[in-house]
Design a protein around this ligand. Structure first.
Ligand SMILES: Cc1cc2nc3c(=O)[nH]c(=O)nc-3n(C[C@H](O)[C@H](O)[C@H](O)COP(=O)(O)OP(=O)(O)OC[C@H]3O[C@@H](n4cnc5c(N)ncnc54)[C@H](O)[C@@H]3O)c2cc1C
Length: 470
């Protein structure tokens, strides 16, 4: 292992051949070291959010846990920052002068249905874990997209379909296996390192490169769910009906509602191209008949264009919102709300109810409600927050000027929604240009910063939302 600082500029510009230090690392790995100029460099650096261009110093595609250990030690010795991404759903920066570890190959899944726990490698996606749970009567705290990694989701809070009955994803973390900033592979739990465990539950990827996590699983013997689609012209009435239902919904029922505008582009099918919809997405830990009863008042409110509600396996849950699993360009933001009342509905429908009224592709409300304040305590915790709903906005567009217009529209809309603000949002739902002070109150952020100084004083490890700001 070398202790000579790497001349990253010389390396990046390829004015001379790769340094001996990089060669040493490459020779030591079971996986692959990718350097700028390599044929596979574009694929190695690609973020899922393709509107974020990443140009790290180098990329290590780790094949083994030993690769992660060697790479972190190399980074610490050479004074290079190191970060991890399985796929880049949360990518938000160029990663200049940073060594990027791809963890996708660490994809082992062990399920103990008696203990109701799963141990998953750092590359495991929610879709794979949920499918592995089919037939067990158990579920993990999966979110809307099956392509997101379990580790990235749980480290950043994670709003799940099952947050109402069982809490956020971070609250399901029972133990974490990581490589710390000194390059030591460690098993972290509430027994061994309670403070660090608290930080890992929502504080993000700042405290070590995670190689695996152990999470709690939850009872889900019967799951019913799906999407009911209305024309966007029904949005005001449908959102009011959703507000009425969620005011009394049992913990087992989660209802999300969105207004969505599809652009008039040839790549989209006829049924949705250039059209706008109001979607009600729902999941119930219960039977199809029960869900039908719950949704009757909403279905009666407008013209039902399509209805996909049906009995689901755990592996189907990530399909409800029909989100893309292929890389896409976009900007998003989020906010927590105290209520979804008539004034808010009117404001949102006026601002975002018609395609082109704002350059937003989607605005989505997720009901949280009282029961969601459960799970293991951590840096992200819904308990002290007054959040009854989360609102998320998204602009999907291929051009930077359209994305900038979308980001500005979100900011303006959120300013108008300030009277309904329930305080900090979820770290996993921060937008690309935002920072952790939008997700944590000052005392929590201070605690995270103090812990970072004690476990990684040289700031070797870097998450996508650093505790010390951008
Ligand atoms: C289409 C889509 C749908 C989404 N739906 C939801 C949702 O329903 N609920 C929700 O809460 N969020 C949702 N998100 C946000 C998503 O949960 C976050 O972006 C999350 O951080 C993605 O994790 P990832 O590992 O897949 O992404 P990556 O970009 O690969 O990783 C994100 C960050 O997690 C940390 N990290 C990941 N792996 C490691 C590791 N091994 N060691 C240390 N740090 C690590 C790093 O800081 C990394 O930068 C969604 C995102 C997208 C794009």
């Amino acid at each position: 292992m070398t202790s000579t600082p790497i001349d990253l500029d010389a390396h990046r510009s390829r004015t001379r051949s790769a340094t001996a230090a990089w060669d040493l690392l490459a020779a030591d790995l079971d996986g692959t070291l990718h350097l700028p100029g390599d044929q596979d460099w574009p694929a190695a650096t690609l973020a899922w959010n393709v509107s974020v261009t990443q140009h790290p110093a180098a990329v290590v595609t780790a094949a083994t846990v030993a690769d992660v250990v060697k790479t972190v030690r190399f980074a610490a010795d050479c004074g290079v920052r190191v970060t991890a991404q399985p796929g880049g759903h949360g990518a938000n920066r160029a990663l200049d002068d940073t060594l990027l570890i791809r963890t996708a190959a660490l994809d082992d899944i062990w399920i103990d249905s008696t203990a109701r726990t799963a141990r998953v490698g750092a590359g495991v996606k929610w879709g794979a874990l949920q499918s592995a749970l089919d037939g067990t009567g158990l579920t993990g705290l999966v979110g809307s997209n099956p392509d997101v990694s379990v580790v990235g989701f749980c480290l950043g809070g994670g709003l799940s379909w099952f947050t109402r009955p069982y809490g956020p994803g971070s609250g399901s973390l029972s133990a974490v296996e990581l490589v710390d900033a000194g390059g030591t592979h460690r098993w972290i739990s509430d027994d061994t390192s309670p403070e660090l465990m608290w930080a890992l539950r929502g504080g993000g990827g700042e405290f070590g490169i995670v190689t695996a996590v152990e999470i709690d699983l939850f009872p889900a013997p019967e799951i019913t769910g799906g999407r009911v689609a209305f024309p966007a012209t029904d949005a005001a009435a449908v959102l009011r009906a959703v507000a009425a239902l969620t005011a009394t919904a049992p913990a087992e029922l989660s209802v999300w509602a969105s207004i969505m505008h599809f652009p008039p582009i040839p790549e989209l099918p006829d049924e949705i191209r250039g059209q706008s919809f109001c979607f009600v997405d729902a999941i119930l830990l219960g039977s199809e008949d029960e869900l039908t009863n719950h949704l009757a008042s909403i279905r009666a409110t407008g013209t039902v264009l399509r209805d996909t509600t049906r009995p689901l396996l755990p592996g189907d849950v990530g399909t409800i919102c029909e989100e893309p699993t292929d890389p896409s360009p976009g900007v998003h933001s989020s906010m927590m709300l105290t209520a979804l009342d008539d004034d808010l509905v009117d404001l949102v429908v006026e601002r975002a109810g018609t395609a082109g009224s704002l350059p937003l592709s989607q605005i989505q409300f997720r009901h949280l409600g009282g029961p969601s304040r459960t799970g293991r305590a951590g840096a992200f915790d819904l308990r002290p927050r007054g959040a009854e709903y989360a609102v998320m906005t998204l602009t999907v567009a291929p051009a930077p000027d359209l994305l900038a217009a979308g980001a500005e529209a979100m900011s303006t809309l959120f300013d108008e929604l300030a009277p309904w603000s329930a305080g900090p949002t979820v770290p996993t739902l921060l937008g690309p240009s935002e920072s952790l002070d939008r997700a944590f109150d000052a005392p929590v952020l201070d605690s995270l910063r103090r812990l970072k100084e004690s476990v990684d004083p040289s700031h070797v490890i870097r998450g996508n939302y650093p505790v010390h700001g951008r």
